[in-house]
Design a protein. Structure first.
Length: 75
């Protein structure tokens, strides 16, 4: 049973890493498009749950939008 818990954490960490890469790319471009939004949303929701790490990454996007450092395009 410990192996299953370990495997779950590994998959969760891989998902968080993928989300972080997507968010880093969005922030680096300074723009969030509908396509970016759909990619991020589908990646986060693939397992039906949002981890704390994924939530932090999403909050980075919101922070950048609120402070004007990230523009919404193609909406």
């Amino acid at each position: 049973m410990n192996n299953r818990n370990f495997m779950y954490r590994t998959v969760n960490n891989e998902s968080e890493l993928t989300v972080k890469k997507i968010v880093d790319g969005i922030i680096a471009s300074g723009q969030l498009s509908r396509k970016d939004h759909m990619l991020l949303t589908s990646t986060v929701m693939i397992d039906g749950e949002i981890s704390d790490g994924e939530r932090r990454q999403i909050n980075r996007i919101f922070d950048y939008i609120q402070t004007g450092r990230l523009k919404l395009v193609d909406w």
